[in-house]
Structures are given as C-alpha cells and as structure tokens.
Design a protein around this ligand. Structure first.
Ligand SMILES: Cc1cc2nc3c(=O)[nH]c(=O)nc-3n(C[C@H](O)[C@H](O)[C@H](O)COP(=O)(O)OP(=O)(O)OC[C@H]3O[C@@H](n4cnc5c(N)ncnc54)[C@H](O)[C@@H]3O)c2cc1C
Length: 216
C-alpha cells in the first residue's frame, strides 16, 4: 500500500513523486534487511554530520553499534534527533531526453532518535547482527567477553516514523521526445558477491554460508 494517508507522520510523508512512497512494514523491513550499510544524519557540536555505519533490524527497530569512544555513538545515545537512510541502487534509467534520465532504487528514511539497548538485551541483539551477516556464524565465532560487550554501545531506533521510496521502471519521456533516435531503457545494477578469500589456517569444514556466498 502506498497511500499518503498511511504516512506515520507529516515529516515522513513522501511529497515529491508521492506515488513512489510506501509505508507498510513488509516493504520497509525488506529494504532494511537487504542492507548492511546505512547513513545516519544528526547535528552535534561539530555541526551537521552524515556518517555511514553498519545496520541491522530486530523486530521493529533498526540497530547500529560502535565503540563507547565514538563521538557519534555518544551523541546519539543521548537521544539527539537523527535521521537514518538506506539506499539500494538498482539501475541507471536512460531516457530519450537528458532531462528525463533517472535512477531505479529502493530506499528507506527513518526519522526519530536512538536509545541505548539495555545491557540485558545486548548479547541477543549482537547475535542478531551475526545472523544478519552470516546465518549460523553466531554459534561458531568466539562470543564477545564481558569487557568487549561493555566497550560497545548498541543503539536502536524505532521504525515508526519510516518511509520507503521505490522507483522500478523504465524512462518516462515526454510524448514529443518518444521518437528521438537514441537508445533508451534501464542499465540494471546490483551489489555482487565475489569468491570468498580464506585466511591461512582455516579449518577444513567450510561453512555453508561461505561455500554458497558467490552463488547466492
Ligand atoms: C539513488 C537515488 C537517486 C536520487 N536522485 C535524485 C536526484 O538526482 N534529484 C532529486 O531531486 N532527487 C533524487 N532522489 C530522490 C530524493 O531522495 C528525494 O526523494 C527527492 O529529492 C525529494 O526530496 P524532497 O525534499 O522534496 O522530499 P519530500 O518528498 O518532501 O520528503 C518528505 C519525506 O519523505 C521521505 N522521503 C523523501 N525521500 C525519500 C527517499 N528517497 N527514500 C525514503 N523516504 C524518503 C522522508 O521521510 C522525507 O522527510 C534520488 C533518490 C535515490 C534513492
């Protein structure tokens, strides 16, 4: 569903090309779950910042983590207003006119504020990060010890004030440009997987998520 009436708040309502806006949980979750990376925008004493960082989802929250010493984590842990964006670039849209060129994409923007994940929930949400990177690896890697967990700030922001925007079609040229003699269409793009590069001394039993990495 993508009716503007479903936008959870006025500031999260997609106005420009509003037909590309989506507010349903399934669409937003799918875009978040396909991402390893987000950008977080906020303002601190240094001025406006927009920093890339790892992202994952647990239920109806997006999560980020970092060293307790990170200025971003310290600022966001205090509830500083923030905006998180995720973008998947799916194609370059070649129109007949230069003006009508575009891009195909799936993106999510979340407004709100982060809060620290309580100590009692930290281990489980960090497990969920490992699940996101490689299902099964949480049971294989050495678990974080008390000091490592204590040195890590984990923050979550509710996906309540969230909007998705999707463009997934060919060029939209003006009627008078339709006969212009130039190739038009979409040059698709995707994030590719290459063959794994093993460290020396790995055990012989290569996990399924490594064996299947490049073919997934
Ligand atoms: C790969 C890519 C390339 C783009 N290239 C251009 C470009 O060259 N020029 C351009 O003007 N725009 C581009 N956009 C669209 C851009 O992200 C904005 O949607 C657009 O500029 C409208 O801005 P606005 O301030 O009028 O937004 P409004 O529609 O007023 O935004 C209102 C609210 O809608 C939500 N929203 C807006 N944009 C997005 C989004 N992309 N994803 C999720 N939620 C959103 C936010 O909650 C925002 O606060 C691109 C988007 C992507 C993903």
């Amino acid at each position: 569903m993508n009716t503007a009436a479903q936008a959870p708040s006025e500031r999260s309502r997609v106005r420009r090309t509003e037909d590309r806006g989506h507010y349903d949980r399934a669409t937003i979750h799918a875009i978040v779950d396909a991402a390893y990376l987000c950008h977080v925008a906020f303002v601190d004493e240094r001025g406006p910042l927009c920093l890339p960082t790892a992202v994952w989802r647990v239920g109806d929250h997006v999560l980020i983590h970092g060293s307790n010493g990170s200025k971003m984590m310290k600022s966001l842990a205090q509830g500083t207003p923030a905006c998180l964006a995720i973008t998947h670039l799916d194609g370059l849209v070649m129109a007949r006119s230069a003006f009508s060129h575009s891009m195909n994409f799936r993106s999510v923007v979340v407004h709100g504020a982060f809060e620290p994940v309580p100590d009692g929930e930290k281990t489980e949400v960090m497990h969920r990060l490992m699940d996101h990177l490689a299902p099964g690896r949480r049971d294989e890697a050495r678990a974080p010890d008390r000091n490592e967990l204590a040195a890590t700030t984990v923050l979550r922001m509710p996906l309540f004030e969230a909007a998705a925007k999707i463009r997934a079609w060919g060029p939209k040229d003006k009627e008078e440009d339709m006969n212009w003699p130039v190739w038009a269409g979409v040059l698709p793009l995707h994030q590719g997987r290459l063959a794994p590069v093993a460290e020396p001394g790995c055990p012989a039993n290569t996990p399924a998520y490594v064996r299947q990495w490049a073919s997934a």
